[in-house]
Design a protein. Sequence first.
Length: 202
Amino acid sequence: MEPIKPRDQFLEADPRMTGFVMVDTTTGVIRDMTVDDHYGYLQGLDLNAAVPESVVSYLNIVKNLYLYGWLCYPFFTVCQTHAAMAVELALRLRMPLTTGKEDRRTLRPLLEAAIANNLIRDAGFPSLVEKQAEAEPMEEESDRATGHTIVIQPTPYVELLLEFLPKLRNHFAHPHDSWIITPAMALEPIRLAVEIINQLWT
């Protein structure tokens, strides 16, 4: 059970954060992660100057949730849902309804419209190149282990996004249990939100 944090421990790091370390890949030296390291993971995850203030403010709230996860670990889980909600807010503002009716569009049709209008494209995800590069050694190892080279026709990233982002958002927005995720798992939806939103105002 997740307890209420005692008043006398309010500003102390959540004990679960002690399980994370930093490794110097050059020297192999291992040290405890610090709050400065935690802040550092948000570096470079900035929105373009053209992004509306309301969207910037919403995403900053999500980033603050991530940062305060240092003090209250379950906040990382909340980041999942609210990062997707920041994307939904941005899509509504970028593609406003002109009918005068109440905007009842959900995340999936908004994403679908943005992709159809080339507002979101594979080329607009800077982290995608890095992810593909990380996957290459695993594919090569698989080829060596099996003795076969498997050629897979890649699915456009935006199609995968359309399929899985709404499902993931709904999974966390309508919980059937209490889920806890890691800081890294909370950081990825923030990065994804930044890359989607920046494409909408380029």
